[in-house]
Design a protein around this ligand. Sequence first.
Ligand code: IPM
Ligand code: MN
Length: 362
Amino acid sequence: MKITVLPGDGVGVEVTREAVKVLSAVSETLGLEMEFTQHLIGGAAIHATDSPLPEETQKSCCESDAVLLGAVGAPEFDHLLPEQRPEIGLLKLRQLLGGFANLRPSKAFDALIDSSPLRKEVFEGTNMLIVRELLGGLYFGQPREISETEAFNTMRYSVSEVERVARVAFESAKLRKKKVTSVDKANVLETSRLWRETVEKVAKSYPEIELEHLFVDACAMHLVTNPTRFDVILTENLFGDILSDEAAVLTGSLGMLASATIGGKIDLYEPVHGSAPDIAGKNIANPLGAIASGAMLLRYTAKNEAAAEAIEKAINKVLAEGLRTIDISNDKENFAKTDEIGDLVAKYAVEFANTKSNSQTV
Ligand code: IPM
Ligand code: MN
């Protein structure tokens, strides 16, 4: 497998290093061939080439089986218009690769139950998957314009765009608790009316799946009052962006969560967190979201469930043993460094992978 690694900006550099470390260790143990090629994106790419998504990066991504991304964005670009900022590199990359379904799982980690901002009784047992539409809505709708006195963006969805992402949500629910919560703002927005009607139609092909609709404001509220009610949340691009940060931080830290973008030509894997410039370059960022994104790559692109599980078990073991980065550490004086966590997850993941492959050959 060919994997293009795009560390990007800020902590993206540190966390992808650990993800590659873990992926290399596991794939070597299991005899999977993985070749990593690193390229520039975002602010780092603007510095080197004046473009947030250079040609070379695009070419490498298009020739790969999957792309593993860190994060993009830096405060030095804050004064620029959206089209000149590092983030546009990521949005163009998403369009180029074509993945329209962004899967963001969020669940309670036993070892971190006390790190959640929610009470244990409320949060325990939470296990949801946000399916965020990634190529439509306000992020890409035309026209988009700004003048001295006005600015506007366009929220646009077509039936086929809603259908294809809805199918991913229902298919995912089949393998889970068989419930889809479709989130919209159908009391105000036409795009949401279309969304809701289309989801209803898709649901007819999945009689075994329970479907409910929630308005996005109510969903934001339920996430903090009753998160265990959710299984699969299906929603449009911007709502999904907002709700997934909320869902992620419930687990104890935004640094924990992974994502996979599927359905297009080439799959894209990235942690849910951003470039966190305030802690960048200090070797203190939490690499677990990036490492777990690597596990998702093994699951969805490499179709190697055993390898994915080896990494996920290793993450749980490291957390259970108490080695933690500052964001989830109870002790803010003594905490693990980014690379220490990566080393230990790699070590345990190799052990789990070995146990698995031995038991399969017996
Ligand atoms: C995310 C990020 C991106 C998004 C930004 C960096 C463009 O917040 O992946 O959630 O809004 O999609
Ligand atoms: Mn976001």
